[in-house]
Design a protein around this ligand. Structure first.
Ligand code: AMP
Length: 393
């Protein structure tokens, strides 16, 4: 989270906190063929008889907020938080999962698409992930897409009998979603389907070229995948996805996004282009584990306070040392000195600060090394913070 905030903060994005639930209509504006809306939303009736849905994603709320408050453009925002989708839970796919993301409203400029993609890429880089692949595609404008969907429908309808039953059902709602099918029966027909990139208008083609040229210019590697369609119906033109090669192929999408130029108007704002992405935090962390990016922290604290008096020294000292920026814990329930030392060992702290009656009376503390040779020194309490800092360096 902090890394993400830093990366997007460096580009002038400001945090927004979308609500966890909204009127269901807000999400329905994402389009009837959007999977998360069609079949994955947790919806319920509240005491006032309103139909409410837990957010399955956050773009809808950000754009709804934009339409309501009409901030100046470019409106550059980021967010972090949980989403809820009614899915079959498995490794890397949860019913509650976290995303971080950005949304920008205002510019149509293809360099903005490249900026958002680049920021996501830099974020993965900053985490230390090395095996992430970026796939990009253009879905064309709404008109291009209309023509393309017609071509697709003709292609699949002509071969309807060969399609899987699921895909025949998807075909009625959105022929583009059939392209997502990984089912054996559909593979041949999907491979032979017409390509969106061959149906782009000049304007959309130029836009896409400008995006990829900007990515080339900043050195972000990508693969154009003309088959890339995403489960969210509202994307037009640029669409992209990040795949973590260290994860199983079925669950390796760690993030994705694209342009949604019609959504703001759909939410009641004047026609305003938009672009954004959402990255799955849970899956990104799984990818970090798979790549061995983070070493497990050796311990939760560096200092353990052992108070062999009446316990009040521990109350004050832990607070004082923490306020000085040290990571500090203590034992509870008035345990014996021996039991407290055992707790100190278990905590894997580097140093113990021991206060007995003698130390208390003389304003001193004993600092014991818990890892090295177990050596100890008795220091004045006023110098304790500096001494601990020096020993931990
Ligand atoms: P989407 O909002 O569907 O474009 O998803 C963006 C990213 O969120 C995906 O690439 C995943 O990393 C993550 N994601 C989506 N759905 C889930 C889920 N059910 N469990 C865990 N992560 C998810």
């Amino acid at each position: 989270m902090e890394v993400f905030a830093e990366v997007v903060g460096s580009a002038g994005y400001l945090e927004v906190v979308p609500p966890i639930f909204e009127h269901i209509e807000v999400f329905q504006r994402l389009g009837p063929a959007t999977d998360v809306v069609r079949k994955e939303m947790y919806a319920f009736e509240d005491k006032g008889g309103r139909t409410i849905a837990l957010r399955p994603e956050q773009t809808a709320s950000v754009v709804r907020g934009f339409a309501e408050h009409r901030p100046a453009v470019p409106y550059k925002t980021w967010y972090a938080g949980p989403n809820f989708r009614y899915e079959r839970a498995q490794k890397g796919r949860f019913r509650q999962f976290d995303q971080v993301g950005v949304e920008v409203l205002g510019p149509y400029d293809p360099h903005l698409d490249a900026e958002t993609i680049t920021l996501a890429w830099r974020f993965y880089e900053r985490l230390g992930l090395r095996r992430v692949t970026l796939l990009v595609n253009s879905l064309g404008s709404a008109e291009d897409r209309g023509r393309y969907v017609d071509a697709l429908r003709v292609h699949f309808e002509e071969n309807r009998d060969a399609l899987s039953e699921e895909s025949r059902a998807t075909l009625a709602a959105n022929p583009m979603r059939v392209l997502d099918s990984k089912r054996e029966a559909d593979i041949e027909l999907v491979d032979a389907a017409p390509l969106m990139l061959d149906h782009l208008s000049d304007d959309s083609a130029e836009h896409f070229t400008a995006v990829t040229e900007a990515l080339d210019a900043v050195g972000v590697p990508y693969t154009v995948n003309p088959r890339l369609v995403r489960g969210l119906d509202y994307y037009v033109r640029t669409t992209f996805e990040f795949a973590a090669d260290a994860l199983d192929a079925s669950q390796n999408a760690v993030g994705g996004g694209g342009r949604y130029d019609g959504l703001a108007a759909e939410m009641g704002a004047p026609e305003t282009p938009g672009v954004g992405f959402a990255l799955g935090v849970d899956r990104t962390l799984l990818a970090c584990d798979a790549e061995g990016v983070f070493a497990a922290p050796a311990s939760a604290v560096d200092v353990f306070v052992v108070d062999a008096t009446d316990g009040t020294e521990a109350v004050v000292l832990t607070d004082r040392l923490r306020s000085a920026g040290l990571r500090v814990d203590r034992a509870w329930d008035g345990r014996s000195m021996k039991a407290q030392m055992r707790a100190a060992d278990r905590s894997a702290a580097v140093l113990a600060v021991i206060i007995g009656e003698d130390e208390r009376a003389s304003g001193m503390a004993t600092v014991r090394d818990l890892r090295g040779d177990g050596g100890q020194e008795t220091v004045e309490i006023g110098q304790l913070t500096d001494i601990l800092r020096a020993r931990l360096r």
